[in-house]
Design a protein around this ligand. Structure first.
Ligand code: FAD
Length: 290
């Protein structure tokens, strides 16, 4: 199925993000991933997305991603949306990869630039921004396209309006859906969603939901992104920082309230960053009942 057909008017759809086990021959991890995805099936997600390693991937590495998609497709009846990071990749490798995933019946792509290693000069690369990939897909392929959005602005861009202009350019170039970076303060998410809607380009927006389960892990992630934690959440996390069971409870309770508010405000979609762990997502969705 195509992701643009999966968003339903007056309903908040669900999607889940997983990452591929490092080694596609690792059957234990692969089986675990299949189990996780099977257990999430009961929540009726519209689609599942799979992350892609960043920067300078060569065709050998594409093979691993392709193999994982192929295995998931053969085990489970999910609409899949592979991520694809273009920076540092040649046009001919991008085209070869597209041929391979098309052969699996994949109809959707999350078109990304990817992070640039410090000090790397990308000025001579064929793909310098995600929009270059969106344009290529629109001109030569037939995938539905999602792109990344940043409710508080991308970390590299100090000018929020400019960052939003680049997002608008990606949508005008052909993106159907925007998936946001993890966000915890709904005021940013709602403002962002309303701004995208004001462009009247018919793009859907899914909010990136990160169930917090580990104090160190979340602050490491936050240090690499522009994301605000609401004061109460910050205080609760600090209070329980030495006990991950309590951190998980705080994270789950927070996410339930956050998602309830987004659903009540008619958000198009909730995109869960599962980090290949279904248990917090199960607990959140059991309470949320959407
Ligand atoms: P872009 O849209 O190209 O934007 C990158 C920066 O360039 C921004 O600061 C923007 O303001 C600026 N910019 C955009 N267009 C232009 C232009 N035309 N001229 C000048 N400046 C411009 N990373 C992975 O490695 N693998 C993944 O699987 C992955 N999945 C992700 C999923 C989601 C939902 C999100 C939100 C992010 C994901 N990322 C992933 C991280 C992403 O690759 C990084 O955030 C990366 O730094 C930016 O990617 P982008 O597609 O947003 O880039």
């Amino acid at each position: 199925m195509r992701i643009s057909d999966l968003y339903v008017k007056d309903k908040t759809i669900l999607s889940f993000e997983v990452y591929p086990p490092k080694d596609d021959d690792n059957f234990e991890k692969l089986n675990l991933l299949i189990e996780i995805l099977s257990s999430l099936k009961s929540y009726n997600p519209a689609f599942v997305s799979m992350t892609f390693g960043a920067f300078g991937k060569h065709f050998d590495t594409f093979e691993t991603h392709y193999n994982m998609i192929s295995k998931i497709k053969s085990h489970l009846d999910y609409t899949l949306m592979p991520h694809f990071t273009c920076v540092g990749t040649s046009l001919s490798d991008v085209k070869k990869y597209f041929e391979k995933i098309k052969s699996l019946g994949v109809e959707n792509i999350l078109a990304l630039r990817g992070d640039i290693p410090e000090g790397e000069d990308i000025s001579n690369y064929e793909f310098q921004h995600a929009i270059d990939l969106v344009k290529l897909i629109k001109a030569e392929e037939n995938f539905d396209i999602a792109v990344a959005g940043y409710p508080e602005g991308h970390i590299e861009c100090d000018d929020y309006s400019l960052d939003m202009k680049y997002l608008k350019d990606k949508i005008q170039a052909g993106a159907d859906v925007v998936i946001t970076q993890m966000a915890f303060d709904n005021s940013y998410l709602l403002k962002f969603r309303d701004e995208v809607a004001s462009w009247n380009l018919n793009a859907k927006v899914s909010a990136g939901i990160m169930p917090i389960k580990n104090y160190k892990q979340i602050f490491k992630m936050l240090s690499m992104a522009r994301v605000t934690l609401p004061k109460k959440l910050q205080n609760d996390l600090d209070k329980f920082k030495d006990n991950n069971d309590d951190i998980r409870k705080v994270g789950i309770e927070f996410a339930i309230n956050q998602c309830e508010e987004l659903v009540a405000n008619g958000f198009d979609g909730l995109h869960f960053y599962t980090l290949n762990n279904n248990s917090p997502v199960n607990q959140i969705l059991d309470e949320l009942k959407i």
